[in-house]
Write a protein that binds this ligand. Sequence first.
Ligand code: ADP
Ligand code: F6P
Length: 353
Amino acid sequence: MSKIAVLTSGGDSPGMNAAVTAIARCANMLGMSLVGVDRGFNGLLGKNPEKDFIDMSLENALDIADMAGTQLRTARCLEFKQPEVQAKAAQLLRDLDVRGLIVIGGDGSFHGAQALCHHGMPCVGIPGTIDNDLAYTGMTLGYDTAVNVCVDAVRNIRATSRSHDRPHVVEVMGRHCGDIALQTAMATGSEIVICPEGKRWTVDSIARRLQSQIDQGNYRTTIVVAEGSWEEMAPFDVYEFLRPYGKQVFKGEPMTALRFASILKRKCKMPDGSYPEVRSTVVGYTQRGARPTARDAAFAFEAGVRAVDLLNRGIGNRVIGRKNGKVFDEDIDKALRARRPFDRMMYNVINAI
Ligand code: ADP
Ligand code: F6P
């Protein structure tokens, strides 16, 4: 019986378990055995071989498809960037009679998979990341779930904002990619969105936009901020601005959603001359730890099946994607070279009011 392996790596993403279940089911159907690698590339370092390889036959994998997180666990493993570590890992897999590896993770994890391919271990990548920052695919696994979590959060926030006449800053994840923020803003009617792809922005420009909303009688403006946008903000001295108001802030501390809300409050005025009560929420890890939506779980299933099918046919060096409703596979080197377009028109329309 031929043997394949699977690991999950980088930030976990909803749908990773569903993909593992599909992999186990397809492997079983094709008469292949499956081992799971514990904690991403960490499990390939050969430090703890008894614990690092887990039997993923059907009985262990069948009932995890709808679970959040990743049962195989995940990790960030910096050592794996070293070529000699990668070569040893490929040899370790060969010693275990593994003839192919499925890597479920994001851009970094795909670089790890690419390296293993160069060391002779066929790999297939499944794009498991909430960030949607892999350009070759229309969606990554977990992105749809993350957007849905953010949309729920913003809808709830807008309800209470409306009740209290309060603007709100909502920070969402995505690392350097603004897709979660943009989709969330589009789906909720949020009035302002800030994405890293929008490049340089200033605190004053957002304060002016918020003031314009207040002047138009909208006191519950939602400002959706992609976390990577803080790095694209034009320099602003948080300490110098907030300190005179008695706020506890230390020199050199970075901008955060909480401080941004506090600053916007003091830069804007309600019609009666009072400050608007700007509040903030960081949606955070609830985006990553959610149960997969139907769309993510179904993509996970198809991606898992296709990955096993490729390895069964002796094909490695590929990654799975989904575009226009169709699941496909692509050369890993080509996929990693792809560059993302940013939907500037949507960005501009949201921010135009
Ligand atoms: P993601 O896969 O979600 O983008 P990371 O960027 O943290 O997450 O990468 C996950 C893991 O992939 C890293 O901890 C490391 O083990 C491996 N990795 C990242 N970059 C490389 C690289 N250039 N070469 C080999 N392995 C890498
Ligand atoms: O890549 C997924 C992601 O959740 C990003 O959105 C976020 O910037 C990062 O991981 C957080 O990483 P950590 O788990 O190290 O806090």
